[in-house]
Write a protein that binds this ligand. Structure first.
Ligand code: GAL
Length: 939
């Protein structure tokens, strides 16, 4: 039974100079990303037959097959996480189109680690940020968790299972990626980070610091913090809890403290208020962040601490006038997105998240819907600091306990993020217009409110809106998916409800294409293409922008994603809905939204390119100018084609008889030229060009950046129609982790060193090596054009503290110890299959005290690892005490004549079948004999 102690203290806030900031935490949060063994495919468990096997199969620490700590994984691939194996698979027309025609299947991961004896007594937790899709996790042969959601993190307290010192701990994970939770590409494997956290026995639990600033009616602010504490120690503990608010420079603004008791294996929640006056606000323009720390002290010593970012902002939805951030009206200009990127699949490095969010911001986006699942932790951190608001979405619509616990995890993890402005409990559920759907949402909403009553709950509905009982009645904000036709009728019938579009548009275009050609699976980029349920970007925005009671839009989608190829299927493998392609290269819709959404600077862009074939001369080409000017003028080779009053929704279009040269557009505001752009007919590809996204990488083994690849003509102009193959060479402290070009029809591998340009562009993603510095040299080559080399600095940087990797020998740690024999036993003596009691299961490390004079025998069975079989091997027995004979099957392989403890290193020829090792020790009553240390089989 968990005991909850509630302590509510509202102490005055003390303004102090805070000379000594808390070091980030007393807990050690160590990365477990490196040094995993991976096997693609399933490994069936051995069939359990016979009493002995059945008996042992049901015991703790006795998992069999690949879940067993001693399973032979020597031949498995060694890799670092995050890892998505689906993106490594070839495209295959027989696989599921929804998942991007990639095989998923099963996979196994294994990792070994040691824990120092000085960590004994600490609380040790294993954390997985995300595994696609279902998985089972064992630690040291005991199953510790079964995970039923590919987007939910899980944290498991493994304190009791840990082995210390030289002993090796093992994590084994069976991933079932046959399980699907979406109709989009979900990736496969451990695609987010993994951690091992060591904390004091009395500690703040993971996600246990709640600090979400609230503005009070009198205009002042407070942070009603909650600190959830647990105790895995052996004594009830009286502790002090301190919380403090730090500004972005680390100055202490205020702090507060209390004392509480945490009972053994109980939990306590300390509630402390932090009153704050005049904080700097968080907004999408100025995303000012503060930090709240919590420290746990025992007898004046800090035993645990944690820190979280937070931001001061208000937000509300108004039924008549839409959304407000900090009491200022703001139309939500949002995009929905899945979580895969070119080259890396769903294993997206933090810096690539930042890159994607920067691109969205550049487009004028202020909100992001995590469709249709919880995002990575570091994604939300980036939204907080870049200033993008988030609709944070639950994955599975289910109100039963397992799924409620997934929802609770989401709220607990994400409720400190100022960027998160609403919780979405579902997307398009067939039960949305029924009593059952309503009741499920009513329950889920209530569960959300228990953990966070500051943000509205929404649900993305694509029907059922007018049913007598429907989900709109159980949420705070009604989300419409593609229900333009219903906006006005629904509003008329429900004047008290707050409304937003939760999904709209689903327009399709292929970057750089201007002619729709079903045979070639190509779609024009003039915003003319959309499926029957969608609409154009232009109409959708007009519908939403002209209705003040609609909070805003969430366009489907900001980026292309793999899977859900629409409208074409094979060979098209990714969606075409993106405003940007899979690499983040803008399509025409990017500039269209810039023109519609950005008001504080002039925007002007022209499509299409001006590289048409000779037989197009004289033929009419559709030209669009995307601008936020009042008036636009179009010129071809210096001659005016026409002037038009700018249409802020539809933009401006001309049909221009093609002539090679220069097409130019000029934007005017109040009669004055404010913007100008051009497209030019270029020459043939002459020289490659590589453009780095940033000037340097951090040498931490995680930092990554996209490099844009293009080809220029002899005059240095980008050639937008080039589709030539490129090969890359890389040297220095980094590697290529993925390649892409945004072509939805391309089946080129996303790993390796080769990629073609698609309509003038490709992307190479490079990542630094761990603990590195220097210069990465990347060269792109293609026949008939000049190669190009780019140098990227790698700066020495702080390393992410990690758990050291170990790749152990075969450890023989499951032994049976015989009763005392009065006369010397035969080494081949049999133990009856159903005798579970006369011999005792023991682990090396603890010698046995002889109950009588005579002989004791220790027995274990093993199959040498494949890399050992048929070669010279050694059986290494540490700290063997007593006079002993060591028998391998029926052969005496070593004799030890001394009583005292000694290490033995016995050469032998490992076989490929099961071998039985017997140690017979002769000793007197009361002697402490036997296996004082580890026994291993080494190469
Ligand atoms: C919606 C759905 C999205 C995506 C989209 C494609 O109905 O919510 O996940 O499938 O359609 O247009």
């Amino acid at each position: 039974m968990k005991k909850i102690t509630l302590l509510v203290l509202f102490l005055g806030c003390m303004i102090n100079s805070y000379s000594q900031q808390p070091s980030s935490t007393k807990a050690e949060r160590l990365s477990l990303d490196n040094g995993w063994k991976f096997h693609l495919g399933d490994i069936p468990f051995p069939v359990i037959k016979g009493h002995n096997n059945s008996y042992n199969n049901a015991k703790a620490a006795r998992a069999s097959g690949a879940a067993s700590p001693t399973f032979d994984d020597k031949e498995w691939r060694t890799l670092n996480l995050p890892h998505d194996w689906a993106v490594e698979m070839p495209f295959d027309s027989t696989e599921n189109l929804s998942q991007g025609y990639r095989k998923r299947g099963f996979g196994w991961y294994r990792r070994y680690f040691k824990v120092d004896t000085s960590d004994r007594g600490k609380n040790i937790e294993l954390q997985f940020d995300g595994i696609a899709t279902h998985c089972t996790v064992w630690v040291n042969g005991t199953v510790i968790h079964r995970n039923w959601c590919g987007y939910t993190s899980f944290y498991v307290d493994i304190t009791p299972l840990i082995k210390y010192g030289d002993e090796i701990n093992n994590i084994a994970i069976r991933v079932n990626a046959e399980a699907q939770e979406g109709w989009w590409y979900e990736g496969a494997g451990i695609y987010r980070h993994t951690w091992l956290v060591k904390r004091s026995p009395v500690h703040i639990i993971t996600d246990g610091l709640y600090a979400n600033p609230i503005k009070k009616a009198d205009g002042t602010w407070e942070i009603p913090t909650e600190i959830t504490l647990a105790n895995s120690g052996k004594e009830d503990s009286e502790i002090e809890v301190e919380v403090g608010l730090l500004d972005k420079k680390g100055n202490l603004i205020c702090k507060n403290q209390t004392t509480t008791q945490v009972e053994v294996f109980g939990q306590a929640i300390a509630k402390l208020n932090l009153p704050v006056s005049n904080p700097m606000l968080w907004s999408t323009d100025e995303p000012t962040l503060y930090k709240v720390y919590a420290k746990v002290k025992q007898n004046g010593v800090v035993i645990d601490e944690t820190i979280t970012s937070c931001g001061f902002r208000t937000m509300r939805f108004d039924k008549d006038t839409g959304f407000y951030l900090n009491d200022k009206p703001m139309k939500i200009k949002g995009v929905c997105n899945h979580q895969d990127h070119a080259g890396v699949g769903v294993a997206v490095p933090s810096s690539i998240w930042e890159f994607r969010l920067r691109k969205l911001k550049e487009m004028g986006v202020n909100a992001y819907r995590c469709a249709h699942n919880p995002p990575a932790r570091e994604f939300l951190e980036a939204c907080d600091s870049i200033g993008i608001m988030v609709m944070d979405e639950n994955r599975l619509f289910n109100s039963s306990p397992e799924y409620i616990s997934q929802l609770q995890w989401l709220i607990r993890r994400d409720r400190n993020h100022p960027s998160v402005i609403m919780w979405s409990v579902f997307n398009e559920e067939p039960m949305q217009g029924t009593e059952v759907g309503y009741e499920m949402v009513r329950k889920m909403t209530a569960e959300v409110k228990k953990l966070d009553n500051t943000r509205p709950v929404t649900a993305a509905m694509n029907g059922g809106l007018f049913a007598p009982i429907n989900v709109s009645q159980a949420v705070d904000v009604v989300g419409f998916n593609y229900q333009e036709w219903a906006y006005d009728d629904f509003r008329k019938a429900n004047r008290d409800m707050c409304l937003t579009s939760s999904e709209d548009v689903s327009g399709t275009m292929v970057r750089g294409e201007y002619v729709t050609d079903a045979d070639k699976r190509l779609l024009d980029s003039y915003d003319t293409q959309h499926p029957s349920w969608g609409t154009t970007h232009r109409k959708s925005w007009k519908d939403i922008n002209e209705r003040p009671w609609l909070a805003g839009c969430f366009i489907w989608t900001g980026f292309d994603y793999r899977g859900e190829p629409t409208p074409y299927t094979w060979p098209t493998a990714s969606s075409n809905f993106g405003i940007m392609d899979l690499c983040g290269f803008p399509k025409m819709a990017f500039y269209l939204h810039q023109a519609q959404w950005i008001q504080d600077r002039p925007i002007i862009h022209l499509v299409p390119h001006w590289n048409w074939p000779v037989d197009s001369i004289g033929k009419e080409i559709k030209v669009m100018v995307l601008s936020n000017a009042d008036k636009v003028k179009l010129l071809l080779n210096g001659k005016t084609i026409g002037e038009q009053i700018a249409d802020k929704y539809e933009m401006n279009t001309w049909l221009v008889p093609y002539a090679p040269g220069k097409l130019e557009a000029i934007g005017y505001k109040q009669g004055k030229e404010v913007s100008r752009t051009k497209v030019e007919t270029t020459g043939n590809p002459s020289q490659l060009n590589l453009i780095a996204d940033r000037s340097a990488l951090n040498g931490d083994g995680r930092d990554a950046m996209p490099i844009t690849v293009e080809v220029l003509d002899t005059k240095g102009r980008h050639v937008p129609t080039a589709n030539i193959p490129i090969e890359f060479e890389i040297s220095g402290p980094g590697r290529i982790i993925g390649l892409g070009n945004g072509n939805p029809n391309s089946h080129e591998p996303e790993k390796g060193t080769k990629r073609s340009l698609f309509n003038g562009l490709a992307q190479v993603i490079i990542q630094s090596d761990e603990n590195s510095s220097g210069e990465i040299i990347l060269t792109g080559k293609s026949s008939n054009v000049k190669p190009f080399t780019i140098k990227i600095k790698v700066n020495k940087s702080e390393q992410i503290p990690s758990v050291a990797t170990v790749f152990p020998d075969l450890v023989l740690d499951k032994w049976l110890a015989s009763p005392v024999f009065l006369s010397k036993p035969d080494a081949t003596i049999e133990i009856a299959d159903n005798d579970m009691n006369s011999w005792e299961a023991i682990r090396p490390g603890q010698p046995t005290e002889m109950k009588d004079n005579g002989y004791i025998m220790y027995r274990t069975n093993f199959i040498p690892y494949s890399n050992q079989q048929g070669k010279e091997g050694n059986i290494v027995i540490k700290k063997l005490t007593g006079k002993a004979q060591i028998w391998l099957d029926s052969e005496l392989i070593a004799t030890k004549n001394e009583d005292e403890s000694k290490d033995l290193d016995i050469p032998f020829k490992p076989k490929s079948q099961k071998q039985t090792l017997n140690i017979i020790i002769e000793a007197s009553k009361g002697d402490k004999v036997g296996l004082g240390g580890m026994v291993t089989v080494s190469d």
